[in-house]
Design a protein around this ligand. Structure first.
Ligand code: ZN
Length: 113
C-alpha cells in the first residue's frame, strides 16, 4: 500500500454547497449540482473557476439576468446573481449581487475536489 496516501477513498470525498452561509454537504456526487457561473452556451468555460457547487435548493436561487427560461430566469426574493470567483490573499472569494442589488464578497470554504 505504498501509494495509499495518494488516493483518497471515494467515501471521503465531500461536496459542499458554496452558496453563502449554506451548511449543506454530501458524500454523494449526484446530490450536489455543478453550476456554470457563465453559462456554457454563452461561452463559459467548463473549468472549476467558472463553476460553483450548489445544493439542489440553492441551485434554484441563482438568478441570471440574461436567462429567458428555466429556474435561473426567475428572480426570487432570496435569489443572488453570481459574478465569479476572485483571487485574494486569503484565498478565493465569491463575488455576487445580493437581493438588494449590492455587490457582496464571500470567502470560500476550503476546496473540495
Ligand atoms: Zn446550499
Amino acid at each position: 500500500m505504498q501509494n495509499a496516501k495518494l488516493f483518497k477513498p471515494v467515501k471521503d470525498l465531500k461536496y459542499i454547497c458554496e452558496f453563502p452561509d449554506c451548511e449543506y454537504s454530501t458524500h454523494h456526487r449526484t446530490q450536489i449540482h455543478h453550476h456554470h457561473i457563465i453559462p456554457v452556451e454563452r461561452g463559459g468555460e467548463n473549468k472549476r473557476r467558472n463553476r460553483i457547487f450548489l445544493c439542489p435548493n440553492h441551485h434554484t436561487k441563482i438568478f441570471i439576468p440574461e436567462a429567458t427560461a428555466g429556474i435561473h430566469a426567475v428572480r426570487g426574493e432570496d435569489s443572488i446573481e453570481l459574478k465569479g470567483w476572485l483571487q485574494s490573499t486569503a484565498g478565493l472569494v465569491l463575488c455576487y449581487i445580493d437581493q438588494d442589488g449590492d455587490e457582496q464578497y464571500y470567502e470560500k470554504k476550503k476546496w473540495v475536489i
